[in-house]
Design a protein around this ligand. Structure first.
Ligand code: UD1
Ligand code: CA
Length: 462
């Protein structure tokens, strides 16, 4: 039975309309609401990805005037998404009709998804569509939030959805209803436009509410239903506090997925992931590690505590941290070691190479099995431009060296500790770029002698 329903849904053509034109005033931010991030990924991208994964082929995104950045994000995530501009923000139904041209193309199922509902899962979208395959004209997702403030209430009788009442228009009794509108709606394509066109703005805010579609459908003798889902699927984000709550849910899901795929987290609740963090097999992540966007960690690597990674590729069996910082453009080859207080940026560290303590390696190439001693700095910036440092395979850079780029250290070469290297070092050579040490025999005891004389004199004067 369930399988048949799923197949029937699958056979139906579909269009998703993502509403993203709201101003997001309650976020108190200059940035459009749907571009705020959860797990390093915009709210809009979360919604678009879920829609695509649920098998919806055509996507329309409704953006506000001047929100080119929102349209660009939509194109980046879903290249065939078509953006429509809602010139005036007159409510959610008005926004849907901004995409009228897409609706007129005809689809069996029209899914309306709010761009500020990032935790929606593909399977939940499929559940929302399922009643349409059974003859309903309209379906919405309902949920019972811990705090219902701000949500529309679902009025359900005998398994049928009678109406959705917006909080501002609800009576005291209606406000007491626990079942709320998740904000996602599925409309049967053959009646969608007729319903949407009848929605008016006769309410306290004088907006065209999509939620009025329910009563209109019923007046047209069409069936409307509510599908109840978990709060976490449909949490809407209107405020920074709700953004933080959604982040917490997203982190829990990502941690669980990583654990299920075999990653070892010693203390999962202290590890922060991005939606695109990628783990191989038998990776160990110690407590308090942050994964920014675009990080891949290959099999058997260990990320020690208090490390921060972003835009980095960590090869097989690599050891990172504790207290390491990997910035974008870092590529660590198999078995490499990046130790405590080492920062790496835009650099390739080849197989087996090591930088174990207190270093900055930026705009660099470090050949296989090279050893970068404690305190080594690549001086990559001359105040105007960035320059590259190349360290050949098997080279040994003595502690506390400054490699002034552009500079090349040949394979197998040695750099004496404390050197400032400004010229290329040939392979297998030794480079010393520091002042020669001088020895003054007996100097210290002479000093002590002078001091004790001085002290006696002082005493004598006293
Ligand atoms: C809406 C629902 C409410 C539901 C809640 C779920 C309506 C009238 N209310 O309320 O029943 O419980 O979502 O989260 O639908 N938008 C536009 N153009 C507009 C207005 C809004 O594109 O003119 C977009 C917004 O960018 C947002 C979405 O529509 O992505 C929802 O708008 P919002 O103002 O957040 O609605 P809520 O008050 O949260
Ligand atoms: Ca909202």
């Amino acid at each position: 039975m369930v399988a048949r329903t799923a197949n029937r849904t699958f056979d139906r053509t579909s269009l998703a309309i993502i509403l993203a034109a709201g101003e997001g005033t309650r976020m108190a931010s200059a940035q459009p609401k749907v571009l705020h991030a959860v797990a390093g990924k915009s709210l809009l991208a979360h919604v678009l990805d879920a829609v695509a994964k649920s098998g919806v082929a055509a996507t329309a995104v409704v953006v506000g005037p001047g929100q080119d950045a929102v349209a660009a994000e939509a194109r980046r995530v879903t290249p065939n998404a078509v953006s429509f501009i809602q010139r005036e923000r007159r409510g959610t139904a008005h926004a849907v009709l901004a995409a009228r041209a897409a609706i007129e193309q005809g689809a069996d199922d029209i899914l309306i998804v709010y761009g500020d509902t990032p935790l929606i899962r593909p399977a939940t979208l499929a559940r929302l569509r399922a009643p349409l395959a059974e003859g309903a004209a309209l379906a919405v997702l309902g949920f019972r939030p811990a705090d219902p403030t701000g949500y529309g209430r679902l009025i359900v009788q005998n398994d049928e959805l009678i109406a959705i009442r917006e909080e501002t228009d609800a009576s005291v009794n209606e406000r007491a209803i626990a079942l709320c509108n998740g904000g996602l709606m599925a409309l049967a394509g053959d009646s969608a436009l007729a319903i949407l066109e009848r929605i008016g703005d006769d309410n306290r805010k004088r907006e065209f509410y999509l939620t009025d579609a329910v009563e209109i459908a019923r007046a047209m003798k069409l069936r409307a239903v509510a599908v109840e889902v978990e709060e976490d699927d449909v949490r809407g984000i209107n405020t920074k506090a709700q953004l933080a709550e959604a982040e917490a849910v997203a982190q829990q899901r990502l941690r669980k997925a990583a654990l299920d795929s075999g990653v070892t987290f010693v203390a999962p609740e202290t590890v922060f992931l991005s939606a695109d963090t990628n783990f191989g097999r038998d990776v160990v992540v110690e407590p308090y590690v942050i994964f920014g966007e675009k990080v891949t960690v290959e099999d058997g690597a260990v990320i020690h505590s208090f490390s921060h990674l972003a835009g980095a590729h960590v090869g097989k069996g690599v050891s990172v941290g504790p207290f390491a910082r990997l910035r974008p453009g870092t590529r660590l080859g198999e078995g490499a070691r990046i130790g405590n207080f080492v920062e790496v940026k835009e650099a390739v560290i080849e197989t087996g190479a090591k930088a174990n303590h207190l270093s900055y390696i930026g705009d660099a190439f470090v050949g296989a099995n090279a050893n970068v001693g404690a305190g080594t700095i690549t001086c990559n910036y001359d105040g105007a431009d960035k320059h590259r440092t190349t360290i050949g395979k098997g080279a040994f850079i003595g502690s506390n060296s400054a490699l002034v780029a552009p500079v090349e250290i040949g394979a197998g070469a040695y750099v004496g500790s404390g050197s400032v290297i400004t010229e290329n070092v040939p392979a297998d050579a030794l480079a010393l770029g520091r002042s020669r040490q001088t020895i003054k025999e007996g100097w210290a005891s002479r000093l002590r002698g002078l001091k004790s004389l001085g002290r006696k004199k002082t005493h004598a004067r006293d």
